[in-house]
Design a binder for this molecule. Structure first.
Ligand SMILES: [Zn+2]
Length: 188
C-alpha cells in the first residue's frame, strides 16, 4: 500500500507538467499554462493587430503551496513509518490550495475585464483528483497499521487480564479457583 501511495504522489506531481489552464481572449487562444508554469511563472506572448505584447505571468503562491504539499506528503510516506497520518494532512492541504488557486485565477481574470476567459484543463482536474485519491490511500495505510497493532496487543490482554474478584490476585486463564484465597473465579 505504501508503494501505491508513493506512485500516486509521483503521478500527481507529473500532472503539474500537463496543461492546467488555457487563457483565451475574444475566442482566441492566447496561452496554455501547465502547473509548472503556474509555479515558476511564464511569459505569455499576445499578438494584437500585428503587434506582439509580452506579459509575464507571476508565479502563483497557491500553485507553489500545492506542489510543496504534495512533495511533503510524498516525503512523509516514503521516509517515515508513521508519516501517513501527517501525509493525509498534507494531501488535504494540496487539495485546498488547488481549489483556492482555481478561484483566485478566475477572480483575477474577471478583474482584468478585457474579455479574458480562463478554462481549466484536464491536468488541473487530474492533479486535484489524484491528491484526493492520495489522501484516501494514506488513510487506508493508517487504518491497516491500526489493525495490525490491535492484532499484536490483543492476545496479551486475554492472558494478563484475569484477576480474582475477591483478592485481586492474577490468575492464569482456565483457573476455576483462586490460588491465594480460594474464591471462585468468574469467567469474564
Ligand atoms: Zn483470590
Amino acid at each position: 500500500m505504501k508503494g501505491v501511495s508513493i506512485v500516486g504522489h509521483l503521478l500527481v506531481l507529473c500532472c503539474f507538467l500537463l496543461p492546467f489552464l488555457t487563457v483565451s481572449c475574444q475566442g482566441q487562444k492566447i496561452s496554455t499554462l501547465s502547473g509548472l508554469d503556474l509555479v515558476v511563472g511564464k511569459t505569455i506572448k499576445q499578438e494584437n493587430f500585428g503587434q506582439t505584447t509580452e506579459r509575464k505571468s507571476k508565479p502563483e503562491p497557491l500553485a507553489i503551496a500545492a506542489a510543496v504539499c504534495m512533495v511533503t506528503a510524498l516525503a512523509l510516506v516514503s521516509l517515515s513509518r508513521s508519516g501517513a497520518v501527517t501525509a493525509i494532512l498534507a494531501n488535504i492541504g494540496g487539495v485546498v490550495t488547488l481549489l483556492l488557486l482555481k478561484s483566485k485565477i478566475i477572480e483575477d481574470a474577471a478583474r482584468e475585464a478585457s474579455g479574458m476567459v480562463v478554462t481549466f484543463e484536464s491536468g488541473f482536474f487530474l492533479a486535484l483528483g489524484g491528491a484526493i485519491l492520495c489522501a484516501v490511500i494514506n488513510g487506508s495505510i493508517v487504518a491497516q497499521k491500526g489493525k495490525e497493532q490491535s492484532r499484536v496487543s490483543a492476545p496479551e490482554k486475554t492472558v494478563e487480564g484475569r484477576y480474582c474478584g475477591s483478592c485481586g490476585n492474577q490468575v492464569p486463564p482456565g483457573t476455576t479457583f483462586c490460588e491465594r484465597c480460594g474464591s471462585k473465579i468468574r469467567n469474564a
